[in-house]
Unconditional design. Structure first.
Ligand code: NAD
Ligand code: ZN
Length: 350
């Protein structure tokens, strides 16, 4: 069990089988899930509890769906003592979390994350929110859960591409803050059947715990280390209109590009070169990007080509187009760009 301290208390994170999650949920629990999770696991968890099943995917993190959850809570008789149970990936966790943060000025939230990304990242740390047409995560809150229950078995039904999506965040922790984890990942590839999977997830959660405990509200720049790969990654997601690249795929490419930029600025060690080669295996393994190990500009060119629908493979014709997009994409981003001072230790961000 991992215990996370926050401003107004603490919560525990436990690995639990779905049957045990079901046993612990009772009266006053309102389950929010999506169609994919409900199809595979709904019967096991929500048969007797009030359950709202929403369409899957990022568009569900919307004002309209927030209204739908809040009105469903009201119509189902939820009170200030009720608990919202977010049973799904990061989309459900963020949306149901914001509903819990705002319904009757805040009720309890239990996170039951069912994707690798949600288990290692989004269910921990208390950030909840939705998107606007103007941008991602523009409306949100900090609302710590009462508990996080991680059902490892849920990963057995996760599509491979979604597993790789979460694996990118695992690699991010390794590159950003844990060189021991990096060595372990290099010798034991992260796959769903890996005997080390639980250990790796627990390690990532503990790393996130350490970081968010020092900078709960993302005010001190400490949480910014978790943005490694995200400055470029977010730009690529935006360029792809959030369609052709999943978040993890975009940040895997982002990490490679930022590592290369760090090397060229002589802020990162040449060791990042090897690390970069490893990161690039993620999207390459998925068959999305065939990126070369070149200078930062050529990596950026490939990354942009991957993000632009219809040009997933860079050719001599689309290279100039991708090249021109880079400053335009990156300039509006106000986030810090994290450059690694050494592999496994981002001590400064720029
Ligand atoms: N709050 C935070 O700190 C934080 C951090 C990182 C990411 N996020 C947010 O998380 C979201 C992405 O999360 P995600 O990658 O989990 O996406 P997601 O919730 O959309 O899940 C990905 C897909 O997998 C399906 N799925 C989920 N669990 C499944 C299971 N066990 N078996 C089969 N299918 C399953 C979903 O229906 C969906 O189609 C983004 O909106 C991002 O902004 C939030
Ligand atoms: Zn991320």
């Amino acid at each position: 069990m991992i215990v996370v301290q926050h401003r107004t208390g603490q919560y525990s994170i436990e690995f639990l089988e779905i049957a045990e999650v079901r046993r612990r949920l009772g009266q006053g629990c309102f389950v929010v899930s999506d169609e994919n999770v409900a199809r595979h696991w709904g019967g096991a968890i929500g048969d007797l509890l009030p359950t709202l099943v929403l369409p899957p995917g990022e568009p569900t993190k919307s004002v309209a769906m927030l209204e739908r959850v809040a009105r469903w809570l009201a119509q189902s008789g939820a009170t200030r003592r009720s608990k919202v149970v977010a049973f799904g990936g990061g989309v459900i966790g963020d949306l149901a979390g914001l509903a819990a943060a705002t319904y009757m000025r805040g009720i309890e939230l239990i996170q039951v994350p069912t994707t690798l990304l949600a288990q290692v990242d989004s269910s921990v740390g208390g950030k909840v929110g939705i998107d606007l047409p103007e941008g991602k995560n523009l409306v949100g809150a900090f609302h710590a859960p009462t508990a996080v229950w991680i059902p490892l078995e849920a990963l057995s039904t996760l599509p491979k591409r979604e597993f790789i999506n979460g694996a990118a965040e695992v690699w991010k922790y390794a590159f950003a803050v844990d060189s021991a984890l990096l060595s372990s990942l290099e010798s034991h590839p992260l796959v769903p059947e890996s005997p080390k999977l639980k250990e790796v997830i627990a390690r990532c959660i503990d790393l996130k715990r350490q970081i968010v405990e020092q900078d709960e509200r993302d005010e001190r720049g400490i949480r910014a280390v978790l943005n490694f790969g995200h400055t470029i990654g977010h730009a690529l997601e935006r360029a792809s209109n959030y369609e052709s690249l999943l978040h993890g795929e975009a940040i895997a490419i982002g990490m490679a590009v930022e590592a290369r930029i760090g090397e060229e600025l002589e802020l990162s060690p040449t060791g990042m070169h090897t690390a970069e080669a490893t990161v690039l295996m993620l999207p390459r393994g998925h068959g999305l990007v065939h990126a070369p190990i070149g200078d930062s500009q050529s990596v950026i060119n490939y990354a942009c080509a991957a993000a632009v629908p219809g040009s997933q493979r860079t050719t001599s014709e689309n290279r100039p187009r991708a090249h021109k997009q880079v400053p335009k994409l990156v300039a509006p981003l106000s986030e810090h760009c994290c450059i690694a001072g050494s592999v496994g230790d981002i001590s400064e961000s720029y």
